[in-house]
Design a protein. Structure first.
Length: 108
């Protein structure tokens, strides 16, 4: 946490923005080649006319057939909610992205 400096048309604006968040992550190795990764988190911020939050969760199963190369598949969930209310109108943006995921991992 620390001060954040923004450039504006009239000069500069400094503010201090604590961002409350929570994150948990873990992994469990069934064997030398199979690994379960899981995690989730939450982030929230209110500043001025803006209010927003982000929630995510995931679970993946990885297979490492080689020493430095693995393959994984799993599910990821992401939800973002943003609200802007300057007083004369309210705008809300809600985005949810759930779905499967397939990937290749490199480890050194």
């Amino acid at each position: 946490m620390g001060p954040i400096e923004l450039k504006t048309d009239d000069g500069k604006l400094d503010f201090f923005a604590p961002v409350p968040n929570l994150y948990a992550h873990g992994a469990y190795g069934f064997t030398d080649r199979f690994l379960l990764r899981y995690g989730g988190g939450w982030l929230s911020l209110t500043y001025g006319d803006f209010d927003g939050s982000l929630v995510f969760a995931n679970a993946f199963l990885e297979y490492w057939p080689f020493q430095h190369v693995g393959f994984g598949a799993g599910f990821r969930y992401l939800k973002v909610d943003i609200e802007y209310d300057p007083g004369n109108k309210t705008e809300e943006y809600d985005v949810t992205l759930p779905g499967p995921m397939v990937y290749m991992a490199l480890g050194f």
